[in-house]
Design a protein around this ligand. Structure first.
Ligand SMILES: *Cc1c(COP(=O)(O)O)cnc(C)c1O
Length: 379
């Protein structure tokens, strides 16, 4: 089955009882047993729920993986992966990382004796130099937020294999439509389902997929023991959202391309960060491992004044100022004062996060309207 067909058919089947085409919302915590232990595969909904099962199977198929596990948020999924680790274990992670991932690693799991290294993974030598006999996990996020750097997943897989570590890829920004890390050597793929997979900004959820049976056993053990599982209503909403993932992504990419070109030619815009440009430093890797370049981008304004950026984001009418991304509606954000505000200005500048940097999550509206909106806002 090819990708577009999978979004609609993989893992889901008409209800055997009634023939209902759409997966029912099994709003139940428990299941009748004919005798002790004599059940139909479902005992308690933290462990298994039929609506969740169909969603897990569907996302696993989209990522070309055998197993899927859904969690109550992207962070709960990341938490489950980190719980594979023991005190003394070391993790090598992307440095340009989602803030919540950085926070859970440095503020929660470092207290349990897990050691984290953050490195620019485009620097293979620097990354390699962090490997030692305690390295257990490579944590890769690509494309990165908000500078849209692209990391070579196959190269990271090679490094992880060389030291017997797992490779987990946070694939949230790309979505399974643009990139399938399992086919590039990842052991685990993680998503904030909240973003592109659900795509309608009405659910918070996370997912992990993997191929290895032992890893799947360990992760489902953590999922069930720690209990960060989603309810059936949310699983239903995500199943519904996924059915148009391919159509949405196609439009996100088309609109993204048009807006990146518009911004690049705007006299007041300084730099545009979007991996689809040939001059983007990681364009070749992006072309190799991604199907298209997506609808996420950032740009800076000439002069780099905070006030100018504030002016733009307060004037847009269709681009709503908000956290999050990947929904059908266009959003804009200002990393220096929002997601990355807690980082001191000097550190921010060192990381390339300028004061005038504006991040866009380009939605699937008519692109002419989106461009008009940016035109009047940038002035
Ligand atoms: C949003 C996000 C997360 C966290 O997911 P939640 O669903 O908000 O818990 C993790 N990684 C990336 C790249 C994200 O954008």
């Amino acid at each position: 089955m090819k990708f577009n067909t999978k979004t609609i058919h993989a893992g889901v089947h008409p209800d055997p009882e009634t023939g209902a085409i759409m997966t029912p919302i099994y709003q139940t915590s428990t299941y009748a047993q004919a005798g002790p232990g004599d059940h139909k595969g479902y005992e308690y909904s933290r462990t298994h729920n039929p609506t969740r099962t169909q969603l897990q199977d569907n996302i696993a198929a989209l990522e070309q993986a055998r197993f899927g596990m859904c969690f109550s948020s992207g962070m709960a999924a990341i938490d489950a992966v980190a719980k594979l680790l023991k005190p003394g274990d070391e993790v090598i992670s992307t440095n340009d990382l989602y803030g919540g991932s950085y926070r859970i690693f440095t503020k929660i799991f470092s207290h349990y004796g897990v050691v984290f290294h953050f490195v620019d993974m485009n620097d293979l030598e620097a990354t390699k130099s962090l490997i030692n006999d305690k390295t257990r996990l490579f944590w890769v996020e690509t494309p990165t937020n908000p500078l849209l750097k692209v990391i070579d997943i196959e190269a990271m897989s090679g490094l992880a294999q060389s030291c017997g570590a797992w490779l987990c890829v946070d694939n949230t920004f790309a979505s399974p439509y643009l990139q399938n890390p399992m086919t590039l050597g990842a052991d685990i793929v993680m998503h904030s389902v909240t973003k592109y997979i659900n795509g309608h900004s009405d659910v918070v959820m996370g997912v992990l997929v993997c191929n290895d049976e032992t890893l799947h056993e360990q992760l489902t053990f953590i999922q069930n023991s720690c209990g960060g599982t989603p309810g059936p209503q949310d699983c239903f909403l995500v199943l519904r959202g996924i059915k148009t993932l391919h159509l949405r992504m196609q439009r996100h990419c088309e609109n993204g391309r048009a807006i990146a070109m518009f911004l690049r030619n705007h006299p007041k815009v300084d730099k545009v960060y979007w991996p689809g440009f040939e001059h983007h430093p990681n364009h070749d890797v992006a072309k190799r491992q991604m199907r298209d370049f997506g609808g996420m981008m950032s740009f800076t304004l000439k002069g780099d004044h905070l006030e100018d950026a504030f002016q733009v984001i307060s004037q847009t009418k269709l681009f709503t100022l908000a956290e999050s991304l990947g929904g059908v509606e266009s959003l804009c954000g200002h990393p220096a004062s929002m997601t990355h505000a807690s980082i001191p200005k000097e550190e921010r500048e060192k990381a390339g996060l300028k004061d005038s940097l504006i991040r866009l999550s380009v939605g699937i509206e008519d692109v002419e309207d989106l461009i008009e909106d940016l035109k009047q806002a940038i002035g």
